[in-house]
Ligand binder design. Structure first.
Ligand SMILES: C[S@@+](CC[C@H](N)C(=O)[O-])C[C@H]1O[C@@H](n2cnc3c(N)ncnc32)[C@H](O)[C@@H]1O
Length: 279
C-alpha cells in the first residue's frame, strides 16, 4: 500500500508560506501547494507528525532549526557549471582586467561573491575563470566567496564533489587542471582540487539578514536565479544592498530570466543581465 500524505489545509499552507516569506522572502503562491505538500511529506514522516497542523505547531515553537530545514526543503537548488556561459565569457574578457587594476591600486585581492551559490558549481566556475585569468600572475591575489541560505548546500560546496556528467566545462583541459577523478567507490565522481577549493570560502548568508559578513567594495557579485523567487519589494531591498556592497566600477550579474526592470537603482546595464555600478 502506498503511504498517504496528510492533507495540507488552507490554514497550514498559509502558516507555512508566511513563515517561509518572513525568513527568506521566498514567495510561494497557491500554485505551489502540491509541491510544498510533496516536499514536506517525508519530513513529517521522519518527525512522526500525523498532520500539517502538528508540523506547524513544532515550527511555532522556539527556533529549533526546523524553519531552516523547511526553507531548505521547499527551495530550488538547481544549478550547473558555467550556467549561462555568456556571463563567464564577459567576466573574463571585460570585467576582470579592470577589476585587477582596481584591486592592484587598492592593494587588495580581486573579490568575487557568488551570493546564492547552491551546491557550489557557480562559485567553482567563477574560481576557474579567475584562476585561468590570473595564471602566471601569482602576485595578483583573488578570492571567491560562496554563500547561500542553505547550510546543507554549503556543505556540498565545501566538499566540492560532483558527478562526472555534471562537470561540463568550456575547455576539456580544465578538467585535469582543476579536478581529480574518483576511483573505486568514488568512480564516476570528480572532486575540485584543493588548490581551487582553498580559493573559495563559504558562509551561510540570508540575503535579507541585517549585515553581510563580507568586505565592502566587491568587484563582482553573481546573484543569479534567486531573485526570481522574491517579490518586487524584496528585490528592491536586495538590489540596493548589492549596489552598496560593490565597488564603484564593480559588476552585478543576475540570471537571464531576471532583470532590474521596474526597480529603482543606480546601476548602468552593460549586457543582458549584467549591471555596473558607475565609478
Ligand atoms: C536556483 S539556486 C541558484 C544557484 C546559482 N546561483 C545559479 O544560478 O545556478 C537558488 C539558491 O538560492 C538560495 N536562496 C533562496 N533564498 C535565499 C535567501 N533569502 N538568501 C540566500 N540564499 C537564498 C537557495 O537556497 C538556492 O540554493
Amino acid at each position: 500500500m502506498l503511504p498517504t500524505e496528510p492533507p495540507l489545509t488552507d490554514r497550514a499552507y498559509a502558516f507555512l508560506t508566511d513563515l517561509i516569506y518572513r525568513r527568506s522572502r521566498i514567495r510561494l503562491g497557491p500554485d505551489k501547494r502540491a509541491l510544498v505538500a510533496g516536499r514536506l511529506a517525508g519530513r513529517l514522516r521522519d518527525l512522526g507528525c500525523d498532520s500539517f497542523d502538528d508540523y506547524c505547531s513544532r515550527l511555532g515553537h522556539a527556533d529549533n532549526g526546523e524553519a531552516e530545514r523547511l526553507i531548505d526543503l521547499v527551495s530550488t537548488n538547481h544549478t550547473h557549471f558555467f550556467r549561462e556561459p555568456a556571463h563567464f565569457e564577459f567576466l573574463a574578457a571585460e570585467v576582470l582586467p579592470a577589476a585587477a587594476t582596481r584591486a592592484a591600486t587598492l592593494q587588495r585581492p580581486v573579490r568575487v561573491w557568488s551570493a546564492a551559490a547552491a551546491s557550489g558549481e557557480e562559485a567553482y566556475s567563477l574560481a576557474i575563470v579567475l584562476a585561468e585569468h590570473f595564471r602566471g600572475r601569482p602576485t595578483l591575489p583573488w578570492e571567491v566567496r560562496a554563500s547561500d541560505i542553505s547550510r546543507r548546500m554549503l556543505d556540498c560546496c565545501r566538499l566540492g564533489i560532483y558527478e562526472a556528467e555534471r562537470v561540463q566545462l568550456p575547455d576539456e583541459a580544465m578538467l585535469a587542471r582543476y579536478f581529480r577523478r574518483g576511483f573505486g567507490t568514488r568512480e564516476g565522481l570528480y572532486r575540485v582540487k584543493p588548490e581551487l577549493r582553498r580559493q573559495v570560502t563559504t558562509s551561510a548568508i540570508n540575503l535579507f539578514q541585517a549585515d553581510y559578513p563580507l568586505p565592502r567594495g566587491l568587484d563582482v557579485v553573481f546573484c543569479r536565479n534567486v531573485m526570481i523567487y522574491f517579490d518586487e519589494p524584496s528585490r528592491q531591498i536586495l538590489v540596493k544592498r548589492l549596489y552598496e556592497q560593490l565597488a564603484p566600477g564593480g559588476h552585478l550579474f543576475v540570471g537571464h530570466a531576471e532583470s532590474l526592470l521596474g526597480l529603482e537603482h543606480g546601476f548602468r546595464q552593460v549586457r543582458p543581465a549584467v549591471y555596473e555600478r558607475p565609478v
